[in-house]
Design a protein around this ligand. Structure first.
Ligand code: GLC
Ligand code: CA
Length: 534
């Protein structure tokens, strides 16, 4: 791809902010928009291209903002629309793009639309949600289960009908088969684009359509005792239905009416099905999120190589790849892999072909925090104990002061702070060249400065060491070799390159390692990764 056709959302890195947990400007223990604005210089310094904000809209907070009672305003906890405009302007003045979360599958039960819809069977919005009669014995119409546990149907006394909620009971699913709903939601997209946002991350976008005949979902043959309850069924009739396609195209048309906007879709599907969302003529979503690194249990060179290769193969012509290592729904990467291997993972994320998404705090090596049951907040924890998402959502660690610089000292934060914050924080890590922060920032700088890395080609390379994953990135007249040792033993990689026998290490997971290396005997320490300029 030639340099001048590369767009910002292709070459740049996206940084996800969970607004409740980033920075609290008014000492109520909860992060807010003004707090984020006050930390934009940090994000500019780090080297990210864009920030994506998880929801900040008015919400009863049953699912911490993913239950929205008004799509076109700001919850007072986070500020107001003027705060939002200030944040957007301040981001743009630093050349940082701003993406917001768009949650089309469900509203809050406190949204005016739902209040009207549930008020009778024949009001103008009666068909805006998925209502259905009970079975003759009064039970729910089918076996569908909620992602947060239990039946996905809730009986309503007034209508004497059930409504569908694939998530919390306070998150009724909208009826996307109703053209009025479609128009209302496309208008929400326009509202944010008109305000100037650069893109949308679309929540559970592959769930919008459900089987019209409401057939039972089959049991998941792979489910075992101890797995979360919501994995007990296959989502045959509740996700990824072909009926979706038209809506994706409509959403894309809305985005295309504005210059250089991006649509990112949250889609937990295997590659064969995921790539469909790019659209047959690439007129669908720009970036259907690729979550496979987040789901990978077997952290070995061969598994990762196969994953990358199968993704590269599955991508349709002209589709832009992307990679995700962490988000607000999963255990943090430093907890999943440990600190040493998560450095290797960051090197992978930031040198693979495709747009990387970085989750706030992962650049510090923040870990999951054990939340005592009485302090649990996440509805998923309540429905499936042990599978809650609070541990990966704790306050950002800015400095070593009593509140980690997140809130005012002495304030009780909405989730507890990590016990390690006196050591693991932005201030301390800025000063330490061996820190995760220094390492991630260097990687970002290297990526940003080199088209080979941020938009060049990818080629997997044979090496003598099976425990290592080696690949080449090339573009704009430069070539980089990335060699990652996934094992706990030192390895020697030997590569035959047609053009050169030597290269220069530009970054290693081992701080301070640099210099010229011979490609016939490139030595890697246990779990070490290097980027070599050829
Ligand atoms: C998405 C969000 C998750 C939320 C759910 C319901 O999966 O990432 O946090 O609970 O949708 O909106
Ligand atoms: Ca606050």
């Amino acid at each position: 791809m030639s340099e001048d056709t590369v767009l910002w959302w292709q070459s740049g890195t996206v940084y996800q902010i969970y607004p409740r947990s980033f920075m609290d400007s008014n000492a109520d223990g909860i992060g807010d928009l003004a707090g984020i604005t006050s930390k934009l210089d940090y994000l500019g310094w780090l080297g990210v291209e864009a920030i994506w904000l998880s929801p900040f809209y008015p919400s009863p907070m049953a699912d911490f903002g993913y239950d929205i009672s008004n799509y076109v305003d700001v919850d007072p906890i986070f500020g107001n629309l003027a705060d939002f405009d200030r944040l957007l302007e301040a981001a743009h003045s630093r050349n940082i793009k701003l993406l917001v979360d768009f949650v089309p599958n469900h509203t809050s039960d406190e949204h005016a639309w739902f209040k009207e819809s549930r008020s009778s069977r024949d009001n103008p919005k009666s068909d805006w949600y998925i209502w259905t009669d009970p079975k003759p014995d009064g039970s729910p119409p089918n076996n569908w289960i909620s992602n947060f546990g239990g039946s996905a149907w809730q009986f309503d006394e007034v209508r004497q009908q059930y409504y569908l909620h694939l998530f919390d009971v306070k998150q009724p699913d909208l009826n996307w088969r109703n053209p009025e709903v479609v128009q209302a939601m496309l208008d929400v997209m326009r509202f944010w684009f008109d305000r100037g946002v650069d893109g949308l991350r679309i929540d559970v976008v592959n769930l919008l359509f459900k089987d019209e005949a409401l057939r039972d979902n089959p049991p998941n043959p792979n489910w075992k005792e101890g797995d979360p309850g919501f994995h007990q069924q296959l989502r045959t009739y509740t996700e990824d239905l072909p009926d979706m396609d038209g809506i994706i195209l409509e959403m894309r048309k809305v985005a295309d009416a504005y210059p250089e906007r991006v649509l990112i879709g949250e889609i937990w599907l295997p590659y064969e099905r995921l790539v469909h969302y790019y659209g047959a003529e690439l007129n669908g979503l720009h970036l259907p999120f690729n979550f496979q690194l987040l789901l990978l249990d077997d952290w070995q060179a061969e598994s990762v190589r196969q994953l990358v290769e199968s993704y590269e193969t599955a991508l349709p012509e002209g589709a832009w790849p992307n990679w995700v290592l962490g988000n607000h729904d999963k255990s943090r990467v430093a907890t999943r892999l440990g600190q040493t291997r998560s450095r290797l993972a960051q090197m992978l994320l930031l040198t693979l072909r495709g747009t990387p998404t970085l989750y706030y705090g992962d650049e510090l090596g923040m870990v999951d925090v054990k939340i005592p049951p009485e302090l649990a907040r996440d509805p998923q924890e309540k429905g499936s104990p042990g599978f809650g998402r609070d541990p990966g959502r704790t306050p950002m660690q800015w400095d070593a002061s009593p509140d980690a610089g997140f809130s005012a000292p002495g304030v009780t934060t909405w989730l507890p702070l990590a016990p390690d914050y006196e050591k693991v924080n932005v201030d301390a890590e800025k000063e330490d060249p061996a820190s995760m922060l220094a390492f991630v920032r260097l990687l970002l700088a290297l990526r940003n400065a080199n088209p080979a890395l941020n938009s060049g080609s990818y080629r997997s390379i044979e090496s003598s060491a099976a425990a290592c994953f080696v690949y080449e990135r090339a573009g704009a007249g430069k070539r980089f070799l990335v060699a990652l040792n996934f094992s706990d033993q030192p390895q020697t990689v030997s590569i035959n390159d047609a053009e050169t026998s030597q290269g220069r290490i530009v970054i290693s997971t081992r701080t301070g390692r640099e210099g010229i290396v011979n490609l016939s005997g490139l030595e890697l320490d246990a779990a070490e990764g290097v980027v070599v300029e050829l």
